[in-house]
Design a protein around this ligand. Structure first.
Ligand code: ZN
Ligand code: ZN
Length: 385
């Protein structure tokens, strides 16, 4: 077992950057609050800056720069660069470099800078406060980002920017309001602490609790509860499977404010080329995982395993065939839509649309049969039948 002594030396600057906000938030912030109280202005700025920091990291550092899930207007990139400095999570080139290695080598303790296999606290913050060789800065994998002058500028002036955003801005807000300390403590320290740890939850908690919906072979998990604190980044198994998708929560009811922000920015002309995975591919990936897991469950049924495997295979094949037909019908309809100008062709278009709608209905029907079968099989396993 690794002892504190055998661990790499502490990076004192990083420890201070992480520890000081937390220490102040746990001591001076409540102490001042009990003595003087905080007003709505201070709380609102705390929340506004928290959202600004988090969204700059999730929509900017993460989905746009690290994964090229979309492209943004320079004005938006500039705002993200300021927000990233405000979040105090290093300059974007370093952040994106670490993050790309996290995806490429996920769970490999020697190559993934914040491998969840090294434990919860390691992936939450220890990887930053000790000089682990795997975490040493190496930005050779972000050469594409070096072409962005805003990121080069941010890296060059990072210290000035972080002081401006974390000291200058909260103090200015307080001075404007007539109480520097209240704003500095809430919009400065408390906001920074929450923003840091909410982001770190993605590397720690979202690799420990949740469901493996799309890729069963890695620690990243889908967890709606973590999405509530991370501006939508809790659907982490999906994200690790389709990292280039600008969405993490793909259903309309998934809480993913980062996705909503990117979409709104695209309507305003601030974002373009939004990449997303087709619902066909998502569904095929999801049911393939369910099928594989169900077959494994069958093995525990001994005598009945053979019968169940045949039932599963039949339903799975039926669902896959319908999904394929649905996808082809959709493709044919969309193709025809872009060319059908004459009256006759419009009639064909209506036929194609009708076929697509019918197949969509069939997919829903087979999907619900499939879910019932899986639930039945799960129930048998639970009762030990
Ligand atoms: Zn991850
Ligand atoms: Zn990612």
């Amino acid at each position: 077992m690794q002892t504190a002594r055998s661990k790499p030396p502490i990076r004192w600057l990083n420890l201070a950057v992480l520890g000081l906000p937390a220490l102040v938030s746990l001591s001076i912030v409540p102490w001042y609050g009990l003595g003087h109280g905080y007003d709505a202005y201070e709380w609102l700025w705390c929340l506004a800056l928290l959202a600004f920091c988090e969204l700059s990291i999730t929509a900017g550092y993460h989905r746009m720069w690290s994964h090229s899930a979309y492209q943004a207007h320079p004005a938006l990139r500039f705002i993200y660069a300021l927000g990233g400095a405000c979040a105090l999570q290093n300059d974007c080139l370093t952040w994106a470099s670490d993050h790309r290695r996290h995806h490429l080598y996920v769970d490999d303790n020697e190559k993934d800078p914040y491998s969840a296999k090294r434990g919860f606290w390691y992936s939450h913050f220890e990887w930053m406060i000790r000089d682990y060789p795997v975490t040493r800065a190496d930005i050779s994998n972000v050469k594409d980002l070096l072409k962005d002058p805003i990121l080069v500028w941010q890296r060059k002036h990072y210290l000035a920017l972080l002081l401006l955003m974390n000291v200058g801005l909260p103090v200015l807000l307080g001075w404007w309001h007539g109480n520097i300390w209240g704003s500095f403590l809430l919009a400065g320290f408390l906001r920074l602490t929450l923003s840091q740890h909410f982001t770190y939850l993605i590397n720690s908690a979202a690799h420990v609790w949740g469901k493996r919906t799309y890729d069963p072979n890695q620690t990243a998990l889908d967890n709606w509860f973590i999405a509530l604190f991370t501006f939508g980044e809790g659907y982490h198994n999906y994200h690790h499977t389709f990292a280039w998708d600008y969405r993490n929560g793909i259903r309309w009811y998934h809480y993913d404010p980062t996705k909503w922000l990117i979409k709104i920015c695209s309507w305003l002309g601030l974002a373009r080329n939004l990449r997303s995975c087709s619902s066909y591919r998502i569904e095929m990936t999801r049911i393939a995982v369910q099928y594989k897991q169900a077959l494994q469950h069958c093995d525990a049924l001994h005598d009945e395993a053979g019968t169940w495997k045949v039932r599963l295979e039949t339903e799975y094949d039926k669902l896959v065939a319908t999904l394929n037909a649905w996808s082809e019908a959709r493709h044919a309809w969309v193709e025809a839509k872009s060319t059908a100008l004459s009256h006759e062709l419009r009639h064909d278009l209506a036929v194609l649309k009708q076929r697509y709608k019918q197949l969509k209905h069939q997919v829903q029907h087979h999907r619900s049969d499939w879910q019932v079968l899986l639930a039945h099989l799960g129930g048998l396993r639970l009762t030990g039948a």
